[in-house]
Ligand binder design. Structure first.
Ligand code: 13P
Ligand code: SF4
Length: 330
C-alpha cells in the first residue's frame, strides 16, 4: 500500500466552506450519514453526523437509518461498518487509506502461524485488535478495540493461551493489566511507535504540572511515564472530567487535539512530537498518512459519485459473527 503525502493537497483548490455546503446538500440528496474517526481533519469531524473512536463508530454504524454510510477513516473501519450492516452501501473517501497495523498481519501468514501452534498442541484463542483486515478477523475468536480490550480478554477462558494480533505494544500492555500471558504478533502502528521519549521528557520538564496522556498503541518506554493510558474516547472523557485548567501532553495522532479542544476548551493541549529513526530529528510523524488521505474534496466526490464502495465478500460472514459477539453482545 503506497502512502500519500501528509496533509495531501487537492490538485485544484476549492474553498472549504463551499465544499462543506456541497457536502451538506449531497448528504441529504443521497440519503447518507457521515461517520468520522477522531484522527481525520477537524473540518471533516465538524460536518460528520457521528464522530468517535473505533468502538463507538462501529456501534454507531449499526444505528444509522439512511441507506448510505460514508466512513471518513481508514479501510478496516469501512469494512467493519459494511460487515455489521450488510444491507447498507458503505462508501469511503479513499480506498487506499490503509493502516500499518492491519498491513503487518496478512491473513495467509496468520493462518500458517495458527496452524503451526495447533500442530504443537497449543490450546489457544486468537484475539485481534480491530485494526486488521476482514480476512484476518474471519480467522479470529475475538475482536478488541482500545475501548473494550480488557473486558474481552476477561472473556477468554482461563485455560486457553491467547494469541494477540497484530499490535505487540497494545498486547504487551493488555497482558500487563490483565495478568494473561500472550503470544504477541510483531506488528505496530507507524504513528504511535515513533514518539520521542526525549521530547516527551523535555516537554514534561518545560510544563510543570502537565499530565501525559498516551494511547496504548505506544511502546512501553512511553507508557511508563504516562499518567493516563487510554484510547481516544477515554482521553476525551478524561479531559471532560477535569474542571481545573490543565496542560495535557498528548501522545497520539495529532488530529485528536481537535475533539479534545472541543470537549474541554479550558485545557492546553500539546501534541507530543515524533522522531525519525533514520536521522533522530523531530518530525510530523504524529499525523497518520492514511487518515490524512481523507479530504473534504474526496468526501464530496465520494458522496456525489457513490464510490469508492466497500463490496461484500464471502469471508465477511465469518468476520461478522466475531465482530457481533465482540462489539455488540456486551
Ligand atoms: P481508537 O480511536 O479506537 O482508540 O483507535 C486508535 C487508532 O489508531 C485507530 O486507527
Ligand atoms: Fe493505523 Fe496507526 Fe493510522 Fe491508526 S494511526 S490508522 S493504527 S497507522
Amino acid at each position: 500500500m503506497s502512502l500519500s503525502l501528509i496533509n495531501e493537497q487537492p490538485a485544484v483548490y476549492e474553498d472549504p466552506l463551499d465544499l462543506m455546503d456541497e457536502i451538506e446538500e449531497l448528504k441529504k440528496s443521497r440519503e447518507a450519514t457521515i461517520l468520522a474517526h477522531y484522527y481525520v481533519d477537524g473540518e471533516i469531524q465538524d460536518i460528520a453526523d457521528f464522530t468517535g473512536d473505533s468502538l463507538k463508530l462501529a456501534r454507531d454504524a449499526t444505528r444509522v437509518t439512511t441507506p448510505v454510510i460514508v466512513f471518513a477513516g481508514v479501510h478496516f473501519m469501512g469494512e467493519s461498518a459494511k460487515i455489521m450492516n450488510p444491507t447498507k452501501r458503505v462508501l469511503i473517501p479513499d480506498l487506499h487509506a490503509g493502516c500499518s497495523l492491519a498491513d503487518s498481519c496478512p491473513p495467509d501468514q496468520l493462518a500458517a502461524f495458527q496452524q503451526e501452534l495447533r500442530s504443537q498442541g497449543r490450546n489457544f484463542q486468537t484475539v485481534a485488535y480491530i485494526n486488521t483486515s476482514a480476512a484476518v478477523k474471519s480467522l479470529c475468536d475475538w475482536i478488541v478495540t482500545s475501548g473494550n480490550a480488557r473486558e474481552i480478554i476477561e472473556r477468554v477462558p482461563a485455560d486457553r493461551e491467547i494469541l494477540f494480533v497484530p499490535d505487540q505494544h497494545l498486547g504487551r500492555y493488555l497482558s500487563e493489566v490483565t495478568g494473561r500471558r500472550m503470544i504477541l504478533w510483531p506488528g505496530s502502528c507507524m504513528v504511535h511507535e515513533i514518539f520521542s521519549i526525549q521530547d516527551l521528557i523535555r516537554a514534561r520538564k518545560n510544563n510543570p504540572g502537565s499530565v501525559v496522556m498516551a494511547h496504548p498503541e505506544c511502546p512501553q518506554n512511553i507508557l511508563e511515564i504516562t499518567d493516563v493510558i487510554g484510547g481516544t474516547e477515554k482521553m476525551r472523557k478524561h479531559v471532560m472530567s477535569v474542571a481545573e485548567p490543565t496542560t495535557f501532553l498528548v501522545a497520539t495522532e495529532s488530529a485528536m487535539i481537535h475533539p479534545l479542544r472541543k470537549a474541554a476548551p479550558q485545557h492546553t493541549y500539546i501534541p507530543v512530537p515524533g522522531i525519525m529513526a533514520s536521522t533522530g530529528e523531530t518530525c510530523a510523524c504524529n499525523r497518520c498518512p492514511h487518515m490524512a488521505r481523507n479530504t473534504l474534496q474526496k468526501l464530496r466526490d465520494c458522496l456525489r459519485d457513490g464510490r469508492p464502495e466497500i463490496e461484500w465478500k464471502d469471508f465477511f460472514t465469518k468476520a461478522r459473527e466475531v465482530l457481533d459477539r465482540s462489539l455488540l453482545q456486551m
